[in-house]
Structures are given as structure tokens and as C-alpha cells.
Design a protein around this ligand. Structure first.
Ligand code: C5P
Length: 302
């Protein structure tokens, strides 16, 4: 069998159509019920043969990426190598197009991408359920980044059930220069909700998705972390209002924020919303996307 020297994968961003959050558990996590959708904004992860573990990150949203050992893709390579009892020898190169610390699972996408790319490079053929279990050890959103599409996440968001979803979703995302820390947003959620109800995705949302009725689904999009994110970042309310005034069917904070997500009726309306947001001067950047799309996909193998 010819040896593989390079694997390139693309890993999608996600948006939470619904994120319902329960009370803090004894392990420091919150039980959630969330409905994920992957969207066609991708980070590219390339894994190449090397004598050691190396990481290079480039792209629009890099900023200060912090120490490499804390990078989720780095940790994914280490974890997979440990699982397979081999050395984590790989050069990872990540081209980032997903906003960092924005609530769109950019770091999770990189980790999921690294798992798939390293698995192929090292010829491991790790069973899918083992990759999903490794993904869950690395972070709550990472199993979904692997799987993609539309899925319910329970537990910490890592226990996945695929749902039937018809219809195409046209999104506009408004990014902020400064990220928000997920733990900080969850802490603020605790302050605002001393006794939260058990999390439950609205039934009407699942029915509308199954029917491909995007306009009705829009009415049930919801995020329990939104008030907490808005408390920590006061400017979000003006951004959300601007999108609604420009015709968005729904406007909500994406995950733990601060990226705001706007659902548009069609591609043309999405352009209008993006222009209004950009003209407002309230947002750093707007990105348009459609969903759902597949999870991590191998693009090239050399
Ligand atoms: O799992 P992940 O590393 O993405 O989570 C980051 C942090 O966010 C956790 O350490 C925890 O503080 C918070 N979190 C939570 N409940 C969840 C997911 C994350 O409290 N369901």
C-alpha cells in the first residue's frame, strides 16, 4: 500500500438553532439540549508527515491563538496518538475561516478535522464510535463537528441524535473583534438563572424542520445563553435589532457568542441583512452561509 504523506480535510462551523441549558452539575458542566446545524464556512486542516508534533495556524481570524499545547487540534493529535499507542508525529497546518471564540465551534472544527486527518495520515482506521468518544473527551461540540448536518445534542451537547431536517437555511453571521469566554458566559447564566428548568427543545421547531418550513422554524429559534452573553457584551442588543429591522426571520446569539446569527428568507434577503449590519458600524465583519452541510470531509490525500 502506498504511504500517505499529506491529508487535507475541511471542517464546518456550526450554529445552534436551539440551545436550552439546565442547572450546573457537580462536575462543573450544564446539561443541555441543543439543536446543531453545520454551515458552509470551513476551516482547512492539513496533516503532513513529520518527525515531531508541529502546528501552524493562519487565516483571517487568527489573532492571538495562545500556546500551541492548548490548541484543540494539537490536543486532538496527541489524544489520537495516545489512543493508538504511537508517537504524535504530524505537522498540522490550519487555515482558519471560522471566527475564533465566537460561538461557532471554530476550535471544535479544527479538533474534529485533526482527528480525521491524523487518522488517515497514520493509517489507523479508528472505528467511528471511538473517534466520537475521543472527540467528546476533547470538548462538548467536537462530536457534532465530526458528524455535521442537523442533530440534537444532549448531555454536554456531545450525545448526538440525527434529526430529519428539510429545507435550506440562509444565514448571516456578524462577528465581533473580541471573543467571549464560554465558561464566563455559563457562569453569567448561573447568576441570571438560579433555578433553571430542565432543558427541552421546542417540539414545534422539530416539526417545522421535518416539514422543511424554515419560516415557522425561525419563530422557535432560541438560546438560553443569549441573556448572559448580552449582559457581558452590551453591544449585542443593537446588533440583533439591526438584523431584525433589516428583515431577518430570526436573530440570535450563536452558542456562547459573541457572534450573532440572522436567518434570512432567501439568499437575496441575506445580502440585504449583511449590508445593513455592515453599514451600522456595529459589527466587525459579516459572513454569509447556508446550512446544513456535512461534517468533516477529506478533500485531498497525497
Ligand atoms: O466542553 P468545552 O471544553 O467546550 O467547555 C468549555 C467550558 O464551558 C467548560 O469547562 C464549562 O465551564 C462550560 N460548559 C458548561 N456546560 C456545557 C458545556 C460547557 O458549563 N454543557
Amino acid at each position: 500500500m502506498p504511504r500517505i504523506s499529506r491529508v487535507e480535510v475541511k471542517a464546518p462551523a456550526k450554529v445552534n438553532l436551539a440551545l436550552l441549558v439546565g442547572g450546573l452539575d457537580e462536575l462543573g458542566y450544564h446539561p443541555v439540549e441543543t439543536l446543531y446545524q453545520s454551515v458552509d464556512i470551513y476551516d482547512t486542516v492539513v496533516a503532513e508527515k513529520s518527525d515531531s508534533l508541529e502546528l501552524d495556524v493562519s487565516g483571517d481570524f487568527v489573532g492571538d491563538i495562545g500556546p500551541v499545547e492548548k490548541n484543540l487540534a494539537w490536543r486532538a493529535a496527541e489524544l489520537l496518538a495516545r489512543h493508538a499507542n504511537i508517537e504524535p508525529n504530524v505537522k498540522l497546518t490550519i487555515q482558519k475561516n471560522i471566527p475564533i471564540a465566537g460561538g461557532m465551534a471554530g476550535g471544535s472544527a479544527d479538533a474534529a478535522g485533526a482527528l480525521i486527518a491524523c487518522d488517515a495520515l497514520w493509517g489507523l482506521e479508528t472505528p467511528r464510535h471511538e473517534l466520537l468518544s475521543l472527540a467528546a473527551q476533547l470538548g462538548s461540540d467536537i462530536p457534532f463537528s465530526l458528524v455535521g448536518g442537523t442533530a440534537i445534542g444532549r448531555g454536554r451537547g456531545d450525545q448526538l441524535t440525527t434529526v430529519l431536517a428539510r429545507g435550506e437555511f440562509h444565514w448571516v453571521f456578524a462577528t465581533s473583534e473580541q471573543g467571549l469566554s464560554t465558561p464566563a458566559v455559563y457562569r453569567e447564566f448561573d447568576n441570571l438563572n438560579p433555578d433553571p428548568a430542565a432543558p427541552r427543545i421546542p417540539e414545534q421547531l422539530l416539526i417545522a424542520l421535518g416539514a422543511g418550513d424554515v419560516a415557522t422554524a425561525a419563530k422557535y429559534l432560541t438560546n438560553d445563553l443569549q441573556p448572559a452573553a448580552m449582559k457581558l457584551r452590551g453591544s449585542l442588543s443593537g446588533i440583533l435589532r439591526t438584523g431584525v429591522d433589516a428583515g431577518a426571520l430570526a436573530a440570535l446569539v450563536s452558542g456562547s457568542g459573541p457572534t450573532c446569527a440572522f436567518l434570512a428568507k432567501n439568499a437575496d434577503r441575506a445580502v440585504d441583512i449583511a449590508i445593513a449590519l455592515q453599514a451600522s458600524g456595529l459589527v466587525q465583519r459579516t459572513l454569509r452561509a447556508t446550512g446544513p452541510v456535512k461534517g468533516v470531509q477529506v478533500v485531498a490525500v497525497d
